[in-house]
Ligand binder design. Sequence first.
Ligand code: BES
Ligand code: MN
Ligand code: ZN
Length: 493
Amino acid sequence: MNFSIKTGNIVTLATPVLVLGLFDDGTLPPMTMTVDKATNKALSRIIKAGDIKGKIGDSLLLQKLDGCRAQRILLIGCGKAKELDAKKFSKIVKHTCKALQKHQLAAASGTLAALGIKDAGIERKAQLLAQNFVTCQYKYNTTKPKATKQFQVESVTLLLADGKDRAAAQRGLATGTAIGKGMNVARELGNLPGNVCTPTYLGKQALQLARKHKLLQTQVLGEAQMKRLGMHSLLSVGHGSPQSSALIVMKYQGAPASEKPRILVGKGITFDSGGISLKPGAGMDEMKFDMCGAASVIGVMHALCELKPRMNVIGVIASAENMPDGNATKPGDVVTSMSGQTIEILNTDAEGRLVLCDALTYIERFKPRTVIDIATLTGACITALGSVCSGMMSPDDKFANTLYQCGIDSLDPVWRLPLWEEYQEQLHSNFADIANIGGPKAGTVTAGCFLARFTKKYTWAHLDIAGTAWLQGAEKGSTGRPVPLLMEYLLKH
Ligand code: BES
Ligand code: MN
Ligand code: ZN
C-alpha cells in the first residue's frame, strides 16, 4: 500500500473519500470544523441528529456534501479530545482502516494525523498510522486458498495543516510501513502450520531475504556443524524429530564492520509437543506458535532491509522441533552445552532454554554491543502478566530501563521481573552443573536465571513473549509482537 502527504485546502481537494474525526462531546477537530463551515454546518446537523456519537469505534459514511469537493466523507469517532493519546490514536486508525475495507474504498485522504495528541508528535503519529494500516490489511489465507481475501486499501493521503511537518511525517510513514510489514512477516510465519514451517523452512526464508538485499547475509548451520561446535544442548531437543535442527545467522550490516553489532536471538521451536514430557492434548495445536520469537527476529530483519539504517544487527535463530520418539531425549539425561556447562534435563518440555543457551554462547564470537533473546518460554509468564505485556529480565538496570521505555513508546510494553541470585538455587542438580527446570515457583524467573548462566560476557536482556505473541479464541493468530518494541530499541538507541 502507498502513503503520501498533502498540505493545502481540504475543502477543494478531489478525493474518493475524506476521513474526518469528531469527538464524543460533539466538538470538532480543526480540519473537521473547516469542512463543517464550508458545508454550511451539514456535519453539525448530522451529529446533532444523533447519527454518530463520536465514541472510538463509531463511524459514518456520508455521500458528497455541497461545499466540499470530496466524493464521500467518512466520519470517525475519536472519543474525548483531552484523553487522546498514542494508544487511542492507534485504535482510531484501526477502526478507520476497517471502515474503509468494509465500504470497499481503496483510496482515501485523511486528517487524523493532524489531531492533537498529548504523547505523540507528527513523526510518531505518521508512524502509528502507517503501522496500523499495514497490519490491518493482513489476513491469513495461505492454507485457506478459497477464503475471501481481505479487501486492500491501496492508497492513503495524509492531509497536514502545516508544510513544515512534511519531512517528519515522511520519516514516520517510512518507519511505520517497515514495522507493519515486518510484523506481517512475523505473523505469517507464526500462523503457518508446523508441517509447513519447519526449522528448514525458517532457514530458507532467511536465505531468501538475504538474496534480495545486499546489506543482509544469511548462514544456516546444520546439525553436523552444530555438533562440531559442541552444541549438544540445542541438538538434544531435536533428537526425537525427523526434522533437522538449524542455527540461522542473519547479519545485517548497515555500518562499518568495526561497529559492534546488536544481536537478537529468537526461540524457533517449530512445534513443541513437550517431547517425552508430553504436553496435555487440549490446545496443543497452539504450540506451532512456539517459533514466534524466531519469527519476530525475521520480521525485524525485513524491516531493517527496508529502512536501511546505519547500524549492525545480527539475528540468530535457534530452531528445532520437540517431539517424543525412541531417540528423543529423556528426563534425567545429561547433556554438555557449548559453554562446557552440563545440563540435567529433568523435563523435556523446558526445551526453549536448551536451544537458546547454545545460541547465546555461539554469539560471543561477534563481540556484541547488546543481546536480546526473544522466546515463548514459559506458560507461567501468561499467568503472571497475561497478554498485555511481555516479561523482561536483565541483570543490567540501565538496559532494562531502556527496554521498558521502548515498550511504552512503541505501545508494545514489557514489564521487568527479577533475576536475583536467590532464585538460582532452584536450578541445583545433583548430576550436572545445572537443571533445566526450577520447580513450580517463579517459573518465568527461573527460566531467565537459566539463561543468565550463559550470558555473562555481554549486556543482555531476555523477553518472554508467551502471552503476547499470539491471540487465542475467535481471533486466534500471531500478533507480530514484539517487532515494534525491537525496532524502537534499534532505531532510537
Ligand atoms: N513453549 C512452552 C511455553 C508456553 C506454554 C508458551 C504455553 C505459551 C503457552 C515452553 O517450552 C514450555 O513448555 N515451558 C514449560 C516449562 C516448564 C516445563 C518448566 C511450561 O511453561 O510449562
Ligand atoms: Mn516446552
Ligand atoms: Zn516451548
